[in-house]
Design a protein around this ligand. Structure first.
Ligand code: FAD
Length: 387
């Protein structure tokens, strides 16, 4: 059994950590938060470094990396949000989905543009009626109009929509009554973010990432080639990307928990009380020991799931477990880091409160931890499906 990263993976891990340390100091992060968008300069720099093309085939200008490379990138970049921008949506979702399901013309158009940093993607799946029972809640519809389509509906929590050049929108194209299974008759569309009929309202979120929005699609006219993948098979296409999303969600949580642990460790060596550093107090050492142990376990789970996926092996349960556990561990680690920082931990001048707010997202998205437990209960424990 080999637990070591390859020399190239170690190099990538080191490079991303150094990038965030050097390029994303608190003033850059807070400027991005105040301005409500990521740093365009950092986005360009990530394109130059080849990171925006990490998930893209070499034929389209990418570096053809695998899910392990993506996990290392996402883990390292996570504490740099919101300055580093919509990496997850654009690279991990947009790039991957076009790469998997796009027509040759779509690949040739979008993939080099993602790699070069020219285009940002958002993803509109969740609806006002609910994200967990996404099929039961789906009201967004696209209807044929000559050769093309007309899209109508509303979506919730579409991240980066204000900045997105393109939104991948999930819509029902065959009435629910006309298909046997709820997952049938759903199609993915690539919609220009500024298309006539697309409007949005920014939602004020606790999570300090790029903008998150309610997006409205009102009589949006789309050409035939806006369809991504096979008509009517969109939900099955989404299912094929789920493991990636879970592994990378786990990796992002891991990166945040680790950043919180490192900040707390540093603080515990500097802050004094009763004439000694607080790191000498047993209670503080126990907090740090628990954080280090749980993060180590979460890292093994995330990397194992990524490794299984990269080998083309079944990883549905390991990916679900990894995202759920890493998100819970990250939130606990951030909470402990706040405690170790005392009052300063709850100030916006201190990065650990921001890490907590970021980590909290991963217990809810891209799938809630309750739903993860349902899936593990069903697929791993082999109990009756509960949802
Ligand atoms: C910051 C942020 C960014 C996001 N970005 C995007 C994005 O870019 N694109 C996008 O499409 N979506 C996005 N989402 C939406 C996210 O995927 C959903 O919030 C998530 O899927 C949960 O859906 P919901 O919020 O509608 O909660 P609901 O589905 O309404 O669930 C409410 C509660 O009920 C629980 N619950 C529901 N069913 C069950 C069950 N069977 N058993 C046990 N518990 C259950 C849930 O776990 C949850 O605790 C984002 C969310 C956040 C917070």
């Amino acid at each position: 059994m080999d637990f070591d990263l390859t020399p190239e993976q170690q190099q990538l891990r080191h490079a991303v950590r150094e990038f965030v340390k050097k390029e994303c100091p608190p003033e850059v992060i807070h400027r991005a938060l105040a301005e409500g968008h990521h740093s365009k300069a950092l986005w360009r720099r990530m394109a130059e470094l080849g990171w925006l093309g990490a998930a893209i085939d070499e034929r389209y200008g990418g570096s053809g990396g695998d899910i392990m490379d993506m996990a290392l990138l996402v883990e390292g970049l996570a504490p740099g949000d919101p300055a580093i921008g919509p990496f997850f949506n654009t690279v991990c979702f947009g790039g991957k989905s076009v790469g998997y399901f796009g027509s040759e013309a779509q690949k040739e158009f979008f993939l080099p543009r993602i790699t070069s940093g020219e285009c940002v993607f958002g993803l509109s799946i969740t609806e006002p009626g609910g994200g967990t029972d996404v099929l039961g809640a789906m009201q967004t519809r696209a209807e044929r109009d000559g050769d093309g389509w007309v899209l109508n509906g509303a979506k919730m929590f579409t991240s980066a929509a204000q900045q997105a050049d393109y939104l991948v929108v999930v819509a029902r194209t065959t009435r629910r009554e006309a298909v046997k299974k709820a997952a049938e008759g759903i199609t993915l569309f690539i919609v220009p973010g500024k298309a006539p009929g697309v409007s949005m309202r920014k939602i004020d979120m606790l999570v300090p990432i790029e903008d998150t929005n309610a997006v409205f699609y009102d009589q949006v006219r789309l050409p035939a080639d806006a369809v991504l993948g096979e008509e009517g098979r969109g939900f099955y296409h989404l299912l094929a990307t789920l493991n990636n999303e879970r592994i990378l969600g786990g990796a992002a949580a891991l990166g945040l928990g680790t950043a919180a642990y490192e900040a707390a460790l540093l603080y515990s060596r500097q802050r004094t009380a009763f004439g000694k550093i607080i790191g000498q107090m047993q209670a503080i050492q126990h907090y740090l020991a628990d954080m280090a142990t749980e993060l180590d376990a979460a890292r093994l789970m995330v990397y194992r799931a990524a490794w299984l996926q990269s080998q083309g092996r079944e990883c549905g349960v390991p990916a679900t477990m990894a995202k759920m556990y890493a998100a819970d561990v990250a939130v606990r680690a951030c909470d402990r880091a706040i405690q170790i920082h005392g009052g300063m931990g709850l100030s916006n001048e201190c990065e650990v409160a921001r890490y907590w707010r970021l980590a909290r997202l991963w217990q809810i998205g891209p799938i809630t931890n309750e739903q993860c437990r349902n899936i593990i209960g069903q697929l791993h424990c082999e109990l009756p499906r509960s949802y």
